[in-house]
Each structure stands twice: as structure tokens, then as C-alpha cells.
Design a protein around this ligand. Structure first.
Ligand code: M6P
Ligand code: ZN
Length: 177
């Protein structure tokens, strides 16, 4: 049966909902954040784990800033270096940060836009709008796995901050905002 995504981004067939608040993820922001404000939530449809199964769902990142840094996901590598992921924008606007040992780049995402995350790239999603949530569909292999420690150790080379003109800009880590 088809599973609808409602206007707020909730997936009807979700079997798991993860909510990340500033109290959970505040430390990832340059300025450090705390409190009960919701940063993002993930609606996941899990399946019994057969090797070729897919996990799919939606992610909703709220609009907001910690200091001058936009709300974003933690970001992770896949444990399986061969596992890719696909995003499809539903509403709002954002940037996907991708990074591996050689390269770091950003890809914009918006409604009806597809972003492919190749195997071996850490990925983090940033809501660059302060007016509306960023909602996107995700799909990846059930055996991909989430490795949060590796990218935390390596550090993100790019950050997305609100510039003096009030618009998002990508800065190198260590560069003054
Ligand atoms: C997307 C997918 C999920 C991921 C979620 C939040 O929905 O990539 O696998 O869990 O974003 O990202 P993170 O787990 O890095 O905080
Ligand atoms: Zn992933």
C-alpha cells in the first residue's frame, strides 16, 4: 500500500520516529546549543533485514540558528564503504554537505530535486531557510550503518553560516564567521 507524506513531512507508514533536540545535538554547533527546541526529526520505515532491503523515510529539519549557524543534522559516514544514499526534496531549501578524505562539497536541495550521495562520503544536511522546514525523502540500503565517530574525529571542513547580508554562505572550518 502506498504511504503518504503529509504536509508537515510525516510518513504515514513510519515504524520509527527519531527526534533530535538542541539538548541532544547542541554540541555539534560552533556556538554550542542547548534546550528543548527541536532541530530535526526522522520518520523511518524499517523492513526485516534481508541483504537487499531498503530503509526509506522522511527527514524534517526545522528552521533556526545557533549563533549564526543554521540548523542541521549530525551527519555520518556509512559503516559499509560501498553504501550510497538517495535524497529527494519535498519542501523547503537546504544544502547537503559531502566529504571524504580527498574532497568536500555542497549540493543544494529543494522541492522535486534529487541528490545522490555516492559511497564513501560523509553527509550532513543543513536547512538554509529561516522561514520553513526542509523536508526530504531518503532511501538507503538496510545494511549501510551509521558511523558518527569517524566524521567527528576528522571534523567537517565546511560550515554553513548566515552571512552579514543575511544569506547563507559556506565557510572553511576555522575561517572567522
Ligand atoms: C537522513 C538519513 C538518515 C539519517 C538522518 C539524520 O534521514 O541520512 O540515515 O539518520 O538523515 O541524519 P543523522 O543521523 O546524520 O543525524
Ligand atoms: Zn546516510
Amino acid at each position: 500500500m502506498a504511504e503518504a507524506v503529509d504536509a508537515a513531512g510525516a510518513l504515514a507508514g513510519a515504524t520509527r520516529v527519531l527526534v533530535r533536540r538542541l539538548s541532544d545535538v547542541g554540541e555539534m554547533f560552533l556556538a554550542g546549543g542547548d534546550g528543548e527546541a527541536e532541530v530535526y526529526r526522522v520518520f523511518e520505515r524499517e523492513h526485516p533485514e534481508a541483504p537487499g532491503d531498503l530503509v526509506y523515510g522522511t527527514t524534517v529539519i526545522q528552521p533556526g540558528l545557533v549563533g549564526e549557524e543554521y540548523f542541521m543534522t549530525r551527519g555520518h559516514y556509512h559503516v559499509d564503504p560501498g553504501a550510497a544514499e538517495l535524497y529527494f526534496g519535498l519542501s523547503g531549501r537546504g544544502l547537503i554537505l559531502m566529504q571524504n578524505a580527498q574532497a568536500a562539497r555542497e549540493v543544494a536541495i529543494g522541492p522535486r530535486e534529487t541528490v545522490y550521495i555516492p559511497p564513501g562520503y560523509a553527509h550532513r544536511t543543513v536547512n538554509t531557510s529561516l522561514a520553513e522546514p526542509l523536508v526530504f525523502l531518503v532511501c538507503y540500503g538496510v545494511r549501510a550503518g551509521h558511523d558518527y565517530d569517524r566524521i567527528r574525529r576528522e571534523g567537517w571542513r565546511h560550515r554553513v553560516l548566515r552571512g552579514p547580508d543575511g544569506r547563507p554562505r559556506v565557510v572553511e572550518a576555522g575561517e572567522a564567521p
